[in-house]
Design a binder for this molecule. Structure first.
Ligand SMILES: NC(=O)c1ccc[n+]([C@@H]2O[C@H](COP(=O)([O-])OP(=O)(O)OC[C@H]3O[C@@H](n4cnc5c(N)ncnc54)[C@H](OP(=O)(O)O)[C@@H]3O)[C@@H](O)[C@H]2O)c1
Length: 206
């Protein structure tokens, strides 16, 4: 699969590296420090490349959208509409200082990202574990990554990428159900095994 990463930071690099190891072609984009990214990509080999963010949608089967929350509109404008593409929303609504959450009222970061890509299939995923938790899960004990979205085919594609990253996908339903697993939802930053997750989701749903 061709995967384009928008925001090649903690999240983008962690998952991008796993996908390259599984034979996917991965393009990394949207950084300030291009030299550091080129060093990282150079170490991953020929399946990885650095790409201008404006070219990512055309390159990709799946766009992994992983900018800091305060830059989602800026990054999305550079990506363009990504019409018909699967867009994985990894974001959580942290403030620019990372000291707490932005008050979105009853809104969610998923809804904000879906508004920015109205012609794409937006799937929430890769958001519920910190990169430290995810690294442990990938390297030691696989745990659950929650998926939410309105298109089943797009969710199947993202579930395969979660498996290829060494983790366990769990579908909570439509995109609106991402409020359970993105910050500040009850499932956010809790580590679940496959045997524990169904009960946890039932409790979170009330
Ligand atoms: N960190 C986590 O544990 C975690 C876990 C799950 C989900 N998330 C969510 O996933 C998203 C990405 O998190 P992250 O920790 O990976 O973010 P990050 O590393 O802070 O930033 C992502 C990328 O954005 C780039 N960037 C920042 N400002 C920019 C600008 N003005 N122009 C162009 N590029 C810019 C950074 O470039 P440089 O590298 O050059 O600075 C970085 O590569 C966030 O929305 C976060 O809430 C984070």
């Amino acid at each position: 699969m061709k995967i384009g990463i928008v925001g090649a930071g903690n999240v983008g690099k962690l998952y991008g590296e796993q996908w390259v190891k599984r034979g996917h072609e991965v393009a990394f984009s949207y950084v300030r420090d291009l030299g550091r990214l080129e060093d990282f990509v150079g170490r991953l080999g020929s399946l990885a490349c650095v790409l201008e963010v404006e070219k990512v949608a055309a390159f990709s089967d799946v766009v992994v959208f992983a900018p800091p929350f305060e830059l989602i509109a800026h990054a999305a404008a550079l990506v363009g509409p990504a019409s018909g593409k699967v867009v994985v929303d990894t974001t959580n609504p942290f403030n620019p200082e990372r000291t707490g959450l932005v008050d979105l009222g009853t809104n969610t970061s998923s809804a904000k990202v879906a508004d920015l890509f109205p012609d794409a299939f937006v799937v929430k995923a890769l958001h519920n574990l910190s990169v430290d938790q995810a690294a442990v899960a990938i390297n030691q004990t696989p745990s659950v990554i929650f998926i939410a979205g309105d298109n089943n085919e797009a969710k199947d594609t993202v579930a395969r990428l979660v498996v290829d990253a060494g983790l366990i996908p769990f579908d909570t339903g439509e995109l609106t159900t991402a409020d359970l697993s993105e910050a500040p939802g009850p499932l956010f930053m809790n580590v679940y095994s496959m045997s524990a997750v169904a009960d946890a989701v039932a409790i979170a749903r009330g």
